[in-house]
Ligand binder design. Structure first.
Ligand code: PLP
Length: 274
């Protein structure tokens, strides 16, 4: 398996279906950078245009659902993809066309259930949460909710402990997902714990929490790095470990741009430790 970026070889093809962040920290822009940093080939079908910067999202408009579908098919029918990743999907119409395409695809699908920006702007219409649960989660190889997203998907009112993360993961597995990575970034404590829950077990990942405002687009970046590693043939647990290491390093070396929650440094190389 080719894991490194030596000899300028591109290995693994990932199609991301997500929203645009013109400031380059999150969404499609983050996805393309993260996938490229893993040495894989990035394709991007855009679901929505947002107006945002490090201070927050001020506007979001969807792309017509049939235009999203045609972008996806243009990629799959020609270049093809080894993994599909979705982020901001905005509305039910886009969820429906995407589920129709994925049903006919036999490749791993990483679903980042993006709902609300850190600044509080809806990135998925609340009425579309039901469609996300019913139409896309059953098709996903991996779902990557943060704690607020896991609460929305499960109806749980409290997810703080690892036991509660496990319960949330099992509830999302029961919706039909292949595996669930509950991200503990919104929990408290000096150690950041993410829990990977799958049908016959679970795995805990721990890292030291970095005290920084520069975490814009962390979820997009992590899901894209996982998708790239899966595209390169890595097993799920290894893909998550490697992607977490990369994101940790990318936060540590964030450039400090903007007046709010700044972007990561997507160009770092991961440490490979962990
Ligand atoms: N904008 C877009 C287009 C996104 O897809 C996402 C998250 O997935 C965000 C913004 C959220 O960014 P933040 O990390 O600031 O909450």
């Amino acid at each position: 398996m080719q894991e490194t970026r030596d000899k300028n070889i591109i290995y693994g093809k990932v199609l991301t279906v997500a929203g645009s962040d013109p400031s380059g920290g999150a969404g499609i822009q983050a996805d393309i950078k993260a996938i490229s940093a893993m040495g894989a080939y990035a394709m991007a079908a855009i679901t929505s245009l947002t107006v945002q910067n490090t201070l927050g999202v001020t506007r979001a408009e969807p792309v017509a659902a049939d235009l999203v579908r045609d972008q996806v098919l243009a990629c799959l029918d020609d270049i093809g993809a080894d993994t599909l990743k979705s982020g901001m999907l905005f509305n039910e119409a886009i969820i429906t066309v995407l589920s129709d395409v994925i049903k006919n695809c036999d490749i791993p699908y990483v679903l980042d259930p993006v709902m609300v920006s850190t600044s509080g702007h809806d990135l998925l219409q609340p009425v579309a949460q039901k469609a996300l649960k019913e139409k896309l989660i059953p098709l996903a190889s991996l779902v990557t909710p943060n704690i607020p997203e896991a609460m929305a998907l499960t109806g749980m009112t409290r997810i703080e402990t690892v036991e509660e993360m496990q319960e949330a993961g099992e509830k999302i597995l029961a919706l039909g997902a292949g595996a669930v990575l509950i991200k503990g970034g919104h929990a408290s404590g000096d150690t950041l714990v993410d829990l990977l829950v799958f049908a016959d077990g679970s795995h805990t990942f721990e890292s030291s929490r970095i005290d920084t405002p520069h975490t814009h687009g962390t979820g997009c970046t992590l899901a894209s790095a996982i998708a790239a590693r899966l595209a390169q043939g890595m097993e799920l647990e290894a893909a998550v470990r490697r992607a977490r290491n990369y994101v940790h390093q990318a936060i540590l070396e964030a450039p400090g741009f903007g007046g709010g929650h700044g972007p990561l440094n997507h160009l770092v190389s991961e440490t490979g430790k962990g």
